[in-house]
Ligand binder design. Structure first.
Ligand code: SF4
Length: 651
């Protein structure tokens, strides 16, 4: 396929324009598609930044389809998006459209994790043992709804259920690793999960999400895999990759997880249960003991957090007492002998699968309690319900270099904000991800920021570090003024939960008087907050963390964006500290090499929340004074899109 052929698809009289009402050929889109096609053809990696409105989806899907159909021997082309919702958008909208205009023969599959699929065998078992599994009548009714749905559904995916069901019910009917009879199962031919596996093996395009992709990487590192081998992968919204990889390649343990495993064997004070039916008194006693031991273990973790003022606790090289693994091991052994006495195949598999789950849990507990080889950081993370015991790689670059960004593979990374603004080669992003060589492309945004955005850097603000209380006081006053003047319609981005709550408490009475709804992250699921924001355009949404990166509120529901502080990562967080130590150990400067580029990138992402379409207009108010007071402040200014800071902006 030549550049000219790719350009022809996107031309104003091309195949896409002829079929897509309102389609406008955009130079940036064509340039991006051509660059992707060339990178795939030459088996190179490509890092490309293309702003909102460029039309990224078609620009990568079309070369992906051409690649998959012209080089069948290379295996499928994997397209990875950030969320399942974005996967669905590709599946329902963009891919069917390309099917309708492209003459090539190809098929695509949207891949989700096994646990999203219904297992017919387990569903029938759950129905048979419903009075053992569910002590609440409503859950039996939910199970019956699943049974009725199972005869209609083609894909067997939980998200397709018209009415949601409780996790406890889905847990009993979902497809599970280590709990499948494969071809020996009498439901094999009708099984949606197995059908999806067969399609997965034959499809030319696989649409996955980053979490699933990185889970596959973790599996490959352990000698297994979920996705077929492939030589081409396109990552959309690639700025999330490093974070997702950090989470997927680390471990996480909560009290809730331990109790979930135990509850599935024998709910507290239950008279009927899987164990009561097929286990022994000793097994039930072990489950009860483990509940107590786990509660005590997490209470101790909570105490350690409290001792340092509610912050995350770095576990360093010190082991922590592990009272769980031994008893988990005993329970696994006891369940093994219980299972060997069960005649019914389904019931035996069920107990064996739960026993394997406990063995895996014991492994996680052991790994988190023991110090590793120094490549992992371990820490106790405070959380609203109960502490989380976590580990993560200090750097993910080595693993990704070996397992993802290999010379044999061509990887395309796309984002509206792929790196800190003043780094045309994306050197910082590439070093974080372990990409040694790559072509790069930075496309301008199709939006006219000089006309659509007014940026104001607030004057005479206290320093957020040295005068934290005064800064907060002034933020409360300035945010209140700005929001009232704008009639709401605002998004306020903060850098800590404490700041979010303090600001929300200060704004609430005034906004109530003005009948402006206040939406605070954490007070409802993010999806609900965003729906409420769009339904009530005058509302004010306040939040931190994920709100900087991945939300899309268009039109007059968002005409004021307040960026309170520059989003530097918490310097005392164990993971941040470990990463800084690693940079120092090789003679680098952690602030220059990590803290600043990370914060500038996040600042760019936050800034990008305001203008999501050609019609969007608005004002950005930056309350952090450090663009004026610190030498590095210039990096934040330089990162803004061209034209965003008009000449009248005083800094
Ligand atoms: S083949 Fe496996 S996943 Fe499918 S119904 Fe049977 S046991 Fe369940």
């Amino acid at each position: 396929m030549t550049d000219g052929a790719v350009r022809a698809w996107f031309a104003s009289d091309g195949a896409i324009a002829r079929r897509l009402t309102g389609y406008e050929s955009r130079d940036e889109q064509v340039e991006l598609a051509v660059a992707i096609e060339r990178a795939l053809h030459d088996r190179e990696h490509l890092c490309a930044e293309a702003g909102t409105g460029v039309g990224k989806s078609f620009a990568y899907l079309l070369p992906a389809v051409l690649q998959a159909t012209e080089h069948v021997g290379d295996g499928p082309v994997v397209v990875s998006t950030r969320t399942i919702a974005l996967q669905e958008q590709l599946e329902r909208k963009d891919l069917p459209f390309l099917h309708s205009v492209m003459p090539q023969e190809w098929s695509s599959v949207t891949v989700v994790g096994r646990n999203h699929y219904l297992c017919l065998r387990r569903m029938h078992l759950a129905r048979r043992e419903a009075d053992v599994l569910f002590d609440i009548g409503d859950r039996i009714a939910q199970l019956e709804r699943i049974v009725a749905w199972s005869s209609e559904t083609h894909d067997g995916l939980r998200m397709e259920l018209a009415e949601p069901v409780d996790h406890e019910v889905w847990d009993e009917v979902k497809a599970e690793h280590g709990n499948c009879l494969h071809r020996a199962c009498k439901h094999y031919d009708a099984c949606a999960y197995q059908r999806s596996r067969r399609r997965l093996e034959s499809a030319q395009i696989l649409v996955v999400n980053h979490a699933l992709y990185m889970a596959d990487v973790a599996l490959r590192m352990a000698g297994a895999k979920y996705l077929p081998d492939h030589r081409v992968v396109v990552f959309d919204e690639a700025h999330h990759l490093e974070r997702v990889a950090t989470e997927s390649l680390g471990l996480r343990l909560t009290l809730g997880t331990v109790l979930w495993h135990l509850r599935r064997l024998h709910p507290r004070r239950a008279r009927r249960s899987l164990l009561a039916e097929h286990g022994t008194r000793r097994a039930i006693q072990l489950v009860d003991d483990l509940r107590e031991i786990a509660a005590g273990f997490f209470a101790l973790l909570e105490e350690r957090i409290a001792a340092v003022g509610g912050r995350a606790v770095d576990l360093g090289d010190a082991p922590i007492d592990d009272p769980l693994s031994h008893f988990l091991g005993e329970l696994v052994e006891e369940l093994g002998s219980c299972a060997s006495r069960i005649v019914d195949v389904d019931a035996r598999m069920e107990l064996q699968a739960r026993s394997r789950g406990l063995a895996a849990l014991a492994h996680v507990v052991g790994s988190l309690c023991r110090p590793g080889d120094g490549s992992l950081v371990r820490w106790i993370e405070p959380d609203r319900k109960s502490p989380v015991l976590r580990s993560a790689p200090v750097e993910v670059s080595a693993a990704l270099r070996e397992w993802v960004f290999t010379p044999e593979r061509s990887c395309v990374l796309l984002s509206a904000t792929l790196g800190p603004g003043n780094d045309p080669e994306f050197a910082w992003t590439r070093s974080q991800l372990g990409i040694d060589d790559a072509r790069t492309l930075r496309l301008g945004s199709p939006f006219d920021y000089s006309r659509n955005v007014e940026v104001e850097f607030a004057e005479a603000m206290p320093d957020p570090q040295r005068e934290a209380d005064a800064f907060l006081r002034e933020c409360k006053r300035r945010v209140r003024e700005a929001v009232l003047e704008n009639g709401g319609r605002a998004l306020v981005l903060c850098t800590s939960w404490k700041f979010v709550h303090a600001l929300a408490d200060a704004l609430r009475p005034t906004l109530e008087l003005e009948d402006i709804p206040l939406l605070v992250q954490g007070e409802a699921p993010l999806r609900n907050l965003l729906e409420a924001k769009r339904e009530r355009p005058t509302s004010v949404l306040i939040g931190t963390e994920s709100l900087w990166e991945g939300i899309d509120v268009r039109g007059d529901a968002l005409t004021l964006l307040v960026l309170t502080r520059f989003p530097f990562a918490q310097p005392d967080h164990p993971l941040t500290r470990a990463r800084h130590r690693a940079i120092e150990a090789r003679g680098g400067n952690p602030f220059v090499e990590q803290s600043l580029p990370e914060a500038v990138l996040k600042f760019r992402q936050g800034f990008g929340r305001l203008i999501r379409s050609h019609e969007d207009r608005g004002r950005v108010l930056v309350l952090d004074p450090r663009t004026r007071t610190r030498r590095y402040g210039r990096a934040f200014l330089d990162a803004l899109p061209p034209g965003a800071c008009g000449d009248d902006v005083v800094v």
